[in-house]
Ligand binder design. Structure first.
Ligand code: BG6
Length: 488
């Protein structure tokens, strides 16, 4: 059972909190994963009182709970909730916050979850620090920072400098919710709890590795943020480079936070820097045009509310990377992400080389396919190993078949990434959170591409919404046998 804690959620009425954080707390309550004295204090600018907040949660969060709702869980959950109105950019209001917490005699262990815009992280931490809320004399104090951590390597450095004045690294929880996903953790378990693949997991046997994140959703109401960010910053710099690190890193010394993070940093630092002259061979971007997604006609990105009329912000980005170390020299890693694609699908696919000699006659081979190992990250959670086998019958005729493991649990052991991560903050387990040098190394990977794209404001390729992205991205592949894989 987790420890007692006052969880203070800044930006509690915002999109992330209402769609992810509050539901995650509710599910933790449902499965009795929270200690009795965990309090959840929502901070917002709206002039609400506790009752109005409870009504909002009851109307907008609880009805969508996984596996239905029960009155007693709802009641227990609501007892933990409170609301405090404040302007997070007003330094003097933090004193009132402090008094509110102590007047209610809530736990002195405190986690501050900053579900805020990136430019609000530094002031919020400064004001928390000045109000004495980050001092750990009467209990631990931890700060959870949402992504994006900075806008590029330089702004991340400046942000870190400001945080350093008030916050120790061991109090800092830079969240990347992909690390809380069950299948992302399964990548590590598959690699390091099985011996079978390890001898093959290198440049001698692997042709290339692909990471695809496709979403069937548009930017929705988030264009205010997204139009200044784009797919490379929003998905690749954070979530997808984390997937890359986990699939390609060396075995860590242990599964402890520092050992794990050391290996991820080492891997990200080994990515070959993309030179300016290579940006167009190694990166591709595009924007969705009008199209049909799930049977509905959807507008072009440029027609979405809050998008600048001449925006060249990419809603699709693809990248080819090389990792210059002994294990991976010469193996391309292809990464892509896009909004308004036909389906939600995140997969990590490892394509092996062909055997050195082809023994079977052409007439005996239906299709010459290499082996694949494919991790379905979401929505399907699966591991598939594709092999060639002999078809039943007298004659030798080969066919492709697969060994499949479906790993999704039932309601009792299915959880959302945020549930695990919210609990880890209370437990003080930072292994699934990012260290600053990791974030910095990830920015260094994408910065050259972002700089080149920022200078090209006249044109961006488009793809019709509801398709698997622009044809132009295919040019990243090294040879004609390589292509994006979208199925598990
Ligand atoms: C968020 C991005 O971090 O991750 C969103 O800001 C994206 O744009 C989301 O849609 C994807 O997360 P998931 O868990 O739905 O794959």
């Amino acid at each position: 059972m987790a420890q007692s804690c006052t969880y203070v959620v800044f930006g509690a009425t915002g999109n992330l909190s209402m769609t992810k954080l509050m539901p995650a707390f509710y599910h933790l309550e449902k499965h009795r994963r929270l200690a009795d004295d965990v309090k959840i204090l929502a901070i917002g600018r709206r002039d609400w009182n506790r009752e109005e907040w409870l009504e909002t949660v009851k109307d907008a969060v609880i009805p969508k709970a996984r596996g239905g709702i029960t009155d007693d869980v709802c009641e227990r959950f609501c007892q933990r909730l409170d609301y405090f109105k404040m302007d997070i950019l007003a330094a003097d209001e933090y004193e009132n916050l402090k008094q509110h917490i102590s007047a209610n005699h809530w736990p002195t262990n405190m986690a501050f979850y900053l579900s805020l815009g990136p430019d609000q992280f530094a002031p919020a931490v400064e004001y928390l620090g000045k109000a004495g809320l980050l001092k750990q004399d009467s209990g631990w104090r931890r700060v959870v920072l949402e992504k994006p951590f900075g806008y590029d390597a330089e702004s991340a450095k400046q942000l870190q400098k400001r945080l350093n004045k008030h916050l120790d690294e061991e109090q800092t929880y830079r969240i990347d919710h992909y690390l809380g996903k069950g299948m992302v953790q399964n990548l590590m378990v598959f690699r390091f709890a099985n011996l079978m693949m390890e001898p093959l997991w290198n440049r001698n046997y692997i042709d290339h590795i692909q990471i695809t994140h496709a979403e069937d959703k548009s930017v929705g109401t988030r264009a205010g943020y997204y139009d200044t960010s784009g797919a490379m910053r929003d998905m690749i710099q954070s979530h997808l480079l984390q997937l890359l690190a986990l699939v390609a890193m060396e075995p860590p010394a242990s599964m402890e936070a520092e050992a794990l993070r050391n290996e991820k940093v080492k891997l990200l630092q080994s990515v070959r820097p993309i030179m300016k002259k290579n940006v167009h061979n190694q990166a591709y971007r595009a924007q969705y045009a009008e199209g049909v997604v799930n049977g509905q006609t959807v507008p072009a990105y440029l027609q979405e509310p809050d998008v600048a009329e001449d925006s060249v912000t990419e809603t699709y980005a693809a990248l080819k990377l090389y990792i210059d170390n002994w294990r991976w020299a010469g193996v391309p890693f292809y990464i892509q992400t896009g909004k308004n694609m036909p389906k939600n699908r995140t997969i990590v696919a490892i394509r092996f080389k062909h055997p050195p000699k082809q023994f079977f006659r052409e007439s005996q081979v239906k299709k010459m396919e290499p082996n694949w190992v494919v991790f379905g990250i979401q929505p399907e959670e699966s591991i598939r190993i594709e092999i060639t086998a002999k078809q039943p019958g007298l004659e030798i005729m080969t066919e492709q078949t697969s060994l499949d493991a479906t790993l999704k649990g039932d309601d009792n052991n299915t959880y959302d990434a945020y549930e695990e991560l919210l609990l880890d903050v209370i437990k003080g387990d930072r292994s699934l959170f990012l260290r600053y040098d990791e974030v910095k190394a990830a920015w260094n990977v994408v910065d050259p591409v972002l700089q080149a794209w920022a200078a090209e404001t006249a044109y961006i390729d488009t793809y019709p919404a509801g398709t698997w992205g622009p044809d132009g991205a295919k040019k990243l592949f090294d040879h004609p046998e390589q292509c994006w894989r979208y199925h598990y």
